[in-house]
Design a protein around this ligand. Structure first.
Ligand code: FES
Length: 104
């Protein structure tokens, strides 16, 4: 079984921000906090809104859905606040040279 791999130049992701990556089959919200990277499913489990368009809380390691305000953990994908109640997927992220690589 092969796993989709998404790549982005490391310098294209600024600390404290999120970017949306997709290969057409998998879409992730990639977040950078300092030199650490996190990838969770981009689609909010409440209303299918793009989480990468939300605010990143670098201290709390969450991203907040802009539609209704649920915050999702960058560590385990679980919502930290209502109205969302279901987690989003979490993806493996590695830094390989100058690239950030996301595998599912
Ligand atoms: S659409 Fe994300 S919290 Fe409602």
């Amino acid at each position: 079984m092969t796993h989709p791999v998404l790549r982005v130049p490391r310098d294209e992701v600024l600390s404290g921000t999120a970017v949306r990556l997709t290969d057409g089959a998998v879409t992730v919200c990639l977040v950078r906090v300092g030199d650490d990277f996190y990838a969770i499913g981009d689609s909010c489990s409440h209303g299918a809104v793009s989480l990468s368009e939300g605010e990143v809380d670098a201290e709390g390691l969450v991203v907040e859905c802009w539609m209704h305000g649920s915050s999702f953990s960058l560590l385990d994908g679980r919502p930290q606040s209502l109205p969302a109640i279901k987690p989003v997927p979490v993806y493996e992220v590695t830094v390989e040279g100058d690239e950030v690589v996301v595998r599912s």
